[in-house]
Design a protein around this ligand. Structure first.
Ligand SMILES: [Zn+2]
Length: 231
């Protein structure tokens, strides 16, 4: 599957560019509300401090650079939990845990995680038939395993979000290889991030990045400051 699918994906995304023509559906709004209600019940969100502010600013900047900032109202929130996780919930809602921020060695890696989640939304993964199937599954698992939400992993969707993210990192001036660095460091058994550490995914990412030159890491004093706050 890998090579053929990758080629298809590259052609598709190159043809459309970064700006994705996604829409938010009524069922998506409803399901997102349900999923968020479950999250808030179990996990406190970090208050609007400098850590949350940094994630929100970075998320807003990435959606702008991807030319999707006007497509939906984006919400970036930090969950007070030290296990590394991140979720796109549909309707512009993206959650990242404190643990995922702690795991990042530089701003580019944090951008990579957010860009991947933005990619799920931009690729319309929450709308239509697919969403019905996926959401039912996601919601079912949320009910069973709320302390550690497990999203349904669909390798093609993950690759689509990754490919979008790589392009977005390039556009935003980050090293696209940050994507692979963070995917390799995430343990294969870490909640919904199991898909980040998934071997198939890591090899797809390696293929995607083969021809893409590295970029120097952006130095960010602010990122270092917020990392300190999480230790
Ligand atoms: Zn994903």
């Amino acid at each position: 599957m890998a090579k053929g699918f990758l080629l298809f994906l590259m052609l598709l995304i190159h043809a459309n560019g970064l700006a994705q023509d996604f829409t938010v559906c009524d069922d998506e709004r409803y399901l997102t509300r349900r999923k968020i209600a479950e999250i808030i019940k179990k996990w406190p969100l970090r208050r609007s401090d400098s850590v949350t502010g940094f994630v929100r600013d970075l998320g807003a900047s990435l959606t702008k650079q991807a030319d999707v900032s006007h497509k939906v109202r984006w919400y970036f929130n930090v969950i007070k939990d030290y296990s590394p996780n991140a979720y796109a919930m549909g309707n512009g809602y993206i959650y990242i845990t404190e643990g995922a921020i702690r795991l990042c060695n530089n701003e580019g890696e944090l951008a990579a995680i957010l860009a991947h989640e933005i990619g799920h939304q931009a690729a319309n993964h929450f709308c239509g038939e697919d969403q019905k199937k996926q959401s039912t599954g996601v919601y079912g698992r949320i009910k069973q395993k709320i302390g550690n939400i497990t999203q349904i992993i669909n390798i093609e969707k993950e690759a689509e979000a990754d490919f979008f993210a790589i392009q977005l990192l390039e556009t935003a001036g980050y090293d696209p290889h940050a994507m692979l660095a963070v995917a390799e460091r995430l343990p294969a058994t870490s909640g919904s991030f199991s898909h980040w550490g998934n071997q198939q995914r890591v090899s797809l990412l390696t293929d995607m990045l083969k021809e893409i030159p590295r970029k120097a890491h952006k130095y960010s004093k602010k990122f270092k400051q917020i990392k300190k706050l999480l230790h």
